[in-house]
Write a new protein. Structure first.
Length: 475
């Protein structure tokens, strides 16, 4: 048990970085304070309070807008190297465009970044974590290609204002989920146009990403010396049976979800995955359409996207069984993919219906990315476990982290996957989007009955702090 090799297998390289993550709408509150504009979540949840399980919204959330100094101390106590948080676009640009620049919004993030840096922590900033200014939604949001240009303007303002201190930038968090806001899947802006709106959205997001990346590259990189990446959600797909059809369907699922966004940026040949272009085009023709519902990139856009990322951020939580079948609304991405998802009843559950504990899926998805995209630099930007009571004595969360981090170590040591960082989701309980405050992912508990939103460390915070301090998983 205590042989040197066993210890090496449980040890992270000295340069490996640990972090912890949040996102603006999930923690900040102060939704209309100091000149902040309305975003798509403010708008949706004010208009349709029943959209969330507990009629919750982010008006106050964890009140991090006023309590950021306390938050930074919580981060510090975890012994982590970086804090991943997002910037609320409409706090800085209330109308989405440059017509109004809100100085108080800039002040808030300047203060937060200064506080993070003063405590010896590196800021990792997500530029967009799902909270589009409502003013841009009025123009169609991400289905409008002009939104890519507004995004570039916004990103430029962030690089200019904060790039002296921020060296880690993430353009987008989980574009698959952003797109699901246009297929009626319980995400803002809740536009129901499956199989069309989601592909349009994804297309604009990809173009926006490449614009921001190249802007950084040409104008900021030489002086600021930071890195710009993008984050994907990546569940692992397991063929439901060993039939060739199910094996093919599981691979198709990977291409339709992760490959949709990763292939244009990280593959050798660029563009959307071949299987995706082919199937959406064939289905579109069958529906009598003149063009594929999946938009086309120009040759130039394909080249601008290829290689446009310094690292691949991965949010990983769970795995699915996949069988070959065509179900779901016509049209829809699900039907186009010809992959139907389920989960094994024997997999341990969590506080979230979709999150089952399948640690070995983590290793497999990492290997898949390593092989598909020729060994990119990977940062795990999210991994974590939910419960519904937010208990302090959260042994299930500890065992989740332990088993998943063990698989991560195997990916690094046995499979040679280039993972250089790991961030837990989340620093503290927060607004879990349409699930409200009931699904709790925090290393710290938040008391929503207390106006101070009191934060209390859970046992998992101590466990994680030890891993970050020692760079070792306890055996
Ligand atoms: C992350 O994405 C987010 O980045 C973060 O903000 C969030 O708090 C965290 O996860 C925890 O959820 O019900 O089968 O249709 C998670 C992506 C997208 C995963 C929606 C679950 C629903 C699957 N999530 N998905 S299903």
């Amino acid at each position: 048990m205590n042989s040197p090799t066993a210890n090496a297998a449980l040890t992270f390289p000295p340069t490996f970085k640990f972090g912890v993550a949040t996102a603006a709408y999930q923690v900040e509150g102060a939704w209309d304070e100091d000149g902040k504009g309305e975003n798509i979540w403010d708008h949706l949840l004010h208009k349709n309070p029943e959209f969330t399980e507990d009629r919750a919204n982010g008006d106050i959330a964890n009140d991090s807008y006023h309590r950021y100094k306390e938050d930074v101390q919580l981060v510090k106590a975890l012994n982590v190297d970086f804090y991943r948080f997002s910037i609320a676009w409409s706090r800085i640009l209330p109308k989405g465009d440059l017509s109004v620049v809100n100085q108080k919004g800039l002040d808030y993030y300047n203060n937060l970044i200064d506080e993070v840096v003063a405590n010896g922590i590196e800021p990792m900033v997500t530029i967009y974590h799902w909270d589009l200014p409502q003013e841009l939604q009025k123009l169609g949001g991400w289905t409008n290609r002009e939104t890519a240009l507004y995004f570039r303007d916004y990103a430029e303002l962030l690089f200019t204002s904060f790039g002296d201190r921020v060296k880690w930038w993430i353009t987008f968090n989980d574009p698959q989920v952003i797109s699901s806001g246009y297929s009626g899947d319980k995400m803002a802006p809740n536009v129901e146009k499956p199989g069309v709106g989601d592909y349009l959205c994804g297309h604009t997001v990809l173009l926006a990403h490449s614009q921001a990346f190249h802007l950084y590259d040409s104008t900021f990189r030489a002086t600021q010396k930071g890195q710009v990446g993008i984050v994907f959600g990546g569940s692992w797909a397991i063929p439901k049976t060993d039939s060739p059809d199910d094996i093919a369907a599981a691979e198709r699922y990977m291409q339709f979800y992760l490959g949709w966004f990763a292939h244009p940026i990280f593959s050798q040949e660029g563009d959307y995955p071949h299987v995706m272009r082919e199937r959406v085009a064939a289905n579109s023709a069958r529906e009598g359409l003149r063009r594929s519902r999946l938009p086309q990139f120009s040759r130039e856009e394909i080249e601008l996207l290829r290689g446009s990322s310094d690292f691949l951020g991965l949010n990983h939580y769970t795995s699915f069984h996949v069988e070959a079948d065509e179900t779901g609304p016509c049209p829809s991405l699900g039907r186009d993919s010809g992959a139907v998802l389920s989960q094994d009843p024997s997999w341990p559950g969590s506080g979230s219906s979709w999150l089952k504990v399948v640690p070995w899926g983590f290793r497999n998805v990492l290997s898949w990315i390593h092989e598909q995209y020729n060994g990119p630099n990977i940062i795990i930007t999210e991994n974590g476990f939910s419960d519904r009571d937010g208990r302090i004595d959260d042994m299930e969360r500890i065992s989740y982290y332990k088993s998943y981090i063990q698989e991560l170590l195997k990916a690094i040591h046995k499979d040679g996957v280039k993972v250089t960082g790991y961030s837990a989701w989340s620093l503290m309980d927060n607004l879990e989007w349409a699930s409200g405050y009931r699904e709790k992912f925090g290393l710290y508990q938040v008391d929503y009955n207390n106006p101070n939103r009191t934060r209390t460390p859970k046992k998992s915070s101590k466990f994680f702090a030890e891993i970050a301090r020692t760079h070792k998983l306890p055996s």
